[in-house]
Design a protein around this ligand. Sequence first.
Ligand SMILES: Cc1ncc(COP(=O)(O)O)c(C=O)c1O
Length: 419
Amino acid sequence: MTYSPRSGAASGNWLARWLSACADLEDLVSHHHLLDATIEEIDGRRIRVGERWLIDFASCNYLGLDLDREVIEAIPAYLDRWGTHPSWSRMLGNPALYPQIEARLTGLLGAPDSLLLPTLTHIHASVIPVLASDGTIFVDSRAHKTIWDGCVAARGHGATVVRYAHDDPEALERLLRRHPKPPRLVCMDGVNSMTGNPPRLPEFFALARTNDALVYVDDAHGFGVVGERDRSETSPYGRRGNGVVRHLGESYDHVVLTGGFSKAYSSLLAFIACPPELKRLIKVTAPPYLYSGPSPVASLASVLVGLQVNETRGDDLRAILWARTRRILDHLEKLGAFTLNHSGFPIVEVPLADADDLAKAGRFLLDQGIYVTLAFYPGVPREEVGFRIQVTAANTDDEVTELLAALERLADAIPLRPV
Ligand SMILES: Cc1ncc(COP(=O)(O)O)c(C=O)c1O
């Protein structure tokens, strides 16, 4: 029998219900040529989809290491030595590359210890339930979907999940008073994947320390981009890219930091930075450590070499990243267009004046040769529907110039949300 989710016969079944819940997204996919697109070829940050060449401002490869000759040329020697794929789950056998990366990473972060797993999605799904046990999780309303999924898994194991208003320590404090059941875990993004802004970490950390709670931070977008501040820094992003905790001058007391290499470092690998006792616990309780297949050797190698590049050239790359992002932010200001970004970090979300213009705006930018991420409802609140520009150190100044011209034409054709 052919199944048709839209047919009357199918209405009321589970698939039709899911599709209707995702109607906005489905509608967008049918209108926007590049969602789910096949990319045939790349040339730097230009990508070819069908016959069309576009400038890619949707890449999260912030440091541009995916295109870095030093990284690319170093990888074959690792493949010769280790083959393409280790095969063992981490519990069964760890190629020496893992402890080497963990040692370097722990030093870079200035954290007590660290543990690598393939992705942040794996980490949230497996570590949040362990940390929350049958206690209480307080989760930021705008935390990444993968954090929410980890919380739902924890609820299945007996935890209570409570949501607090985005980046609002006062709201969290009230909820901490109302929900005393330990252990208590507070989950949030570091640099937010849509707003580009960091959370008010010092206030959250102070609250956690006085209330015996643990803060769990996902810094997928900050790690590699922002880092410790000092007078020798090459940009306001700070030095060394060691993440949002160090950037805000904080310690890891009552804090578990998670982050990924899949963005700034262009590799399939992620980490949890935590005390050694917790690392031991995760090793015996987290299914991705016990059972999941590992990251490919090319990914482990690109992280190791990437960490080396970060030490020698990372701050220069971050200075480029900052300068290119600044041009975009200054231009939006000139256009009188609002952006959620007040940090200067390389994630610039631009809401439209009218959410219903989204598909039209996406098409307009495509016609201008610009590829961005569309920010659709319910992924973002309705008043923030628009598009997200991401900048990488591999985007050239000329590409940014083309983007600015396209934004100007867009603003003439389709109203952007004003400041
Ligand atoms: C904030 C945040 N957390 C987690 C993830 C998922 O990361 P991974 O690919 O390592 O599972 C993403 C990716 O979009 C993200 O933006």
